[in-house]
Design a protein. Sequence first.
Length: 141
Amino acid sequence: MLQNIEFFMNIAKFYAILSKSLDWKLGGIGFNDFIVLYHLNLAPEHKLKRIELAEKVGLTASGVTRLLLPMEKIGLVNKESNPNDARVSLVILTPGWKMKLDEALERIEIFASDILPTSSNTQINEINKLISEIWGKIMWK
């Protein structure tokens, strides 16, 4: 039982330390900003409903709204009204986002190569599978 609690505590601590480290290394955007840019980059037409974005980044709708405010102020994202439903707003990338995301991706690759042993690909795949399995169980509770 204690082992399970320790597992969750280690994940929480790992995320906090990782996030803090990447906040310093991403060239002017925070790790959470990077996560938003990354998911919007993968989305069709580089836009998502706020609720869809919230689900992808693991936040509530109001949490993602708070996260987006500074990103809107610096011109990385914009709000767009949904022509099909006025109650639903969309988040769309602005023209300035690409350079920031490319720079952040490059910096994350460098960071990863500095901290991850090259012989750990199998372990990383196993950890990714475990996290995905846990994530799936949490999402359906």
